[in-house]
Each structure stands twice: as C-alpha cells, then as structure tokens.
Write a protein that binds this ligand. Structure first.
Ligand code: FAD
Ligand code: PHB
Length: 391
C-alpha cells in the first residue's frame, strides 16, 4: 500500500489527524491494533477546552457536540466545610465543555467512514522502517493474518502511551522525563443524574475526590486510592460512602445522590514527556509523546492541539514542499505540552492527600489563595479553560 501519511493509532489523535489532513487534500491510512468497538467504548476523558471545541467545529465535527455538550462556566474547588466556584468565563472569557471522549471518537469515526477513510483495525506486529529516508514505511499483519506494508511520505505515531512509535526514535536522539505519583484514581460511571451543575474538585484528608458527569442521567466520579488498588475490593456501598464523605454530603444542605454503578476501574497517574516530537519523517502526536495525570483534564485536549498544529504543517510539507511548519512542529507543540504538564502536576499536587501534615497545610493555603485572589483564580482558569492552540 502507498499513501501520503501513515498514521499509527485510531484514537482521537490519529482519527482527527486523518480528518484534518483529508480537509487539506492529503491522503492517509490509519492502522490500529484494537477493534473499532474497543476503541469506541473506552471510557476516558470528559472535558473539552474551548480551543478543542473551536477546532472540532471548524473541522465540521461540531454538529452533535453543539446539540449535546454541556457548556460549563467553571468548576468548584472545595475542602471540608468550604466550597468555592471559579467562574472561568468571568476570569478569562473562555468556558469548558462536558462531552465524553467516547462521543468525540464516535463523531470522528462517523465522519471518516462517510468520507471512505482507510482504517485497518485489529492489526498486529506494527514495525516502523526507514524513518530517516524519504520513503518511510510501516509493516504489520492485517486482521486476516496477511503481512502488509504501507509506504508513505510521512509516518505519524498516534499510538498512545503503549505504542511502538516513541521507541522508534534513535537512542541518541530521544530524551524523556517522567514522574510517577504514589496514588491512583478509582473511577466509576453511574446511572444517576449528577448531584452538581459543574465539576467539583474536592480536597479531603482521606484523599481527593472528583464529581464529573457525562450527561443529565450519567455521572462520572473519582476517588484517590493507593497505587495497586484492586477496583473489585471496593464495594459499591463503600465507594458511595467515601464519595459522600470527601465531597461533603450534608454540608450547607448539599446532597450526593448515589445510583447504580455501571463501570469501575483504577487508573494510575503518570507525567511523561519525550522529545523531540519529530525525527526525520516520523512525527509523534498525543499520548505517544506525552502523558499527564488526569487532574487538569488535559490529555485529550493536548492530543487535539498537537494534531491541530501537525495537519497544516504536513499539508505545507507534502503539497507545497514548504518544510517550515514541519520543522517547527516539535518545538511549538512542546511549549504547550510543558505548560499542560506543569498545570496537571500542580493540580495533582494541590489536591491529593499525601499523609504528610506539612503538605496538608501548604495545600490548604494554596487552595485558599487560588479561591480568594483574582490573580490566583485567573491563573488556574487560564490553564484549565485552555491556552490558544498555538501557545
Ligand atoms: P489513545 O487514545 O491512547 O489512542 C492510541 C491508539 O493507538 C489506541 O487506540 C491504541 O490501541 C493504538 N495503538 C497502540 N499500539 C499500537 C500499535 N502497535 N499499532 C497500531 N495501533 C496501536 N484527557 C482530557 O483531556 N480530559 C479528561 O477529562 C481526561 N480524563 C481521562 C480519564 C481517564 C480515565 C483516562 C484513562 C484518560 C483521561 N484523559 C483525559 C486522557 C485522554 O484520554 C488521552 O490523553 C487521549 O486518549 C489521548 O489520545 P491519543 O489518540 O493520543 O491516544
Ligand atoms: C472526566 O469526566 O472523566 C474527568 C473530568 C475532569 C478531570 C478528569 C476526568 O480532571
């Protein structure tokens, strides 16, 4: 097979890149190890920044989003006996949107299917070749067991945190930074109306809790748990009791309404950045180059921002022979990546219990400042609601 851009990974980064490239008149083939149903069903991100929504709209992907997403003006930040609302619109003029990654993925798959996009699902043995030449390629075994090769002008690794692309950069070229955290999140989906109009981020001595949502009838909630926790050891009753305690059920008349839990899983937390995001004819985008802990709601938004930069850069390179944007891609993308890496680390550090009484006092002091000073609140709002795509 031959195409202009071989894209590894059919998650949001890969599918959106294929979509944006097609709009520029650039052909691509997408390769994915999982099934289409598996990729579509993964419960992940829930919050889209203003700039992500703007990009999806301008790419013709905003129709269902405009009908179904909830626009939120801000978030609540709280600790025992105090809840504060940060109004991002007032502070920065930008809002955020509740629209699940599963919905974004569904819209992308529908748009790409309608356009006849070539996507190979359930492949195996993905290997990248000749990345420093003008004819890089990817070999794989297709779903029928047949060995295949895609030769392209450019290969883009959109294969997430476990894919092979990032390791395809030579050892002497790549550099990485990593931080693991001593806690994980136990996440649940529940068939119950959210008990809040906007997301609640709660500091509590027992551990962090987050009340998010997917729709007017589906809530998404998280609890800080120790690393290595088995989700099955948390009964539904224990989960709801812990959520009630940490989210402040009964404080100021607020109530958390429990409901049937339909999904339960534990996610570890990691910060990771690999540079450069381009080497020869290989480009990296999304989780393949960087991972953030979910506390800042940045992962999906960063993936979208990467491909928002990359698509016009590849179009200029492949259609007009102009390499300036492609040459600048890694440096430009990494500015935003490091900003979001810092913000996600900062939110995580401010909100998760460590068991250290000194940390606890610093966290409470920071929370008081962020919720009472306009400068503090604006800093959080500007980062959470998102910087412009090209930051
Ligand atoms: P992925 O979605 O991981 O897609 C990569 C694809 O590559 C996968 O489909 C994978 O199967 C495929 N692949 C892997 N290896 C190969 C191979 N060898 N060959 C071919 N294909 C391969 N982000 C936010 O912005 N806001 C949030 O609120 C938020 N909440 C989150 C909550 C949870 C529970 C989790 C887990 C993540 C959350 N994130 C959030 C992060 C967000 O989900 C990711 O950052 C996002 O999925 C990144 O997209 P991606 O396309 O880069 O990678
Ligand atoms: C979610 O709804 O899944 C979600 C929301 C905000 C976060 C993380 C996850 O910071």
């Amino acid at each position: 097979m031959r195409t202009q851009v071989a894209i590894i990974g059919a998650g949001p980064a890969g599918m959106l890149l294929a979509h944006l490239l097609a709009a520029e008149g650039v052909e691509s083939i997408v390769l994915e190890i999982r099934s289409q149903a598996y990729v579509a069903g993964r419960i992940r991100a829930g919050i889209l920044e203003q700039s992500t929504v703007d990009l999806l709209r301008s790419a013709g992907l905003g129709e269902r989003l405009d009908r179904e997403a909830f626009e939120h003006r801000g978030i609540y930040l709280q600790w025992p006996d105090e809840r504060h609302h940060l109004d991002f619109v007032e502070l920065t003029g930008r809002s955020v949107f509740v629209y699940g990654q599963t919905q974004v993925q569904k819209d992308l798959v529908a748009a790409r299917e309608a356009a006849g996009q070539e996507v190979h699902y359930e492949i195996s043995d993905t290997v990248l070749h000749d990345l420093e030449s003008d004819e890089p390629s990817v070999t794989f075994t297709d779903s029928s067991g047949v060995a295949q090769r895609v030769t392209a002008s450019v290969v883009v690794g959109c294969d997430g945190s476990f894919g092979p692309s990032r390791a395809a950069l030579p050892d002497g070229v790549r550099r990485s930074w990593e931080k693991t955290y001593p806690h994980s999140w136990l996440g649940i989906l529940a068939d119950v109306a959210p008990s809040t109009d906007e997301l609640i981020y709660a500091w509590h001595p027992d551990g962090f809790a987050l009340h998010s949502m997917r729709s007017s009838t589906v809530s998404r909630l998280y609890l800080q748990v120790p690393n290595g926790t088995d989700a099955q050891t948390w009964s539904d009753d224990r989960i709801w009791e812990s959520l009630a305690t940490r989210l402040g059920h009964g404080e100021g008349g607020w109530k958390l309404t429990p409901g049937p839990i339909t999904e339960k899983s534990v996610l570890p937390m990691r910060s990771f950045v690999q540079t450069p995001m381009r080497h020869g004819r290989l480009f990296l985008a999304g989780d393949s180059a960087h991972i953030v802990p979910p506390t800042g709601a940045k992962g999906l938004n960063l993936a979208v921002a990467d491909v928002g930069l990359l698509a016009p850069a590849l179009a200029a390179l492949l259609l007009g022979g102009d390499s300036r944007l492609a040459d600048a891609y890694s440096e430009t993308a990494l500015r935003r990546v490091w900003r979001c890496t810092h913000f996600s680390w900062w939110m995580t550090t401010m909100l998760h219990a460590t068991g250290d009484p000194f940390d606890e006092q610093l966290q409470l002091s920071q929370l008081r400042w962020v919720t009472s000073s306009e400068a503090g609140a604006t800093g959080l709002a500007e980062n959470y609601a998102g910087l412009p795509i090209g930051f």
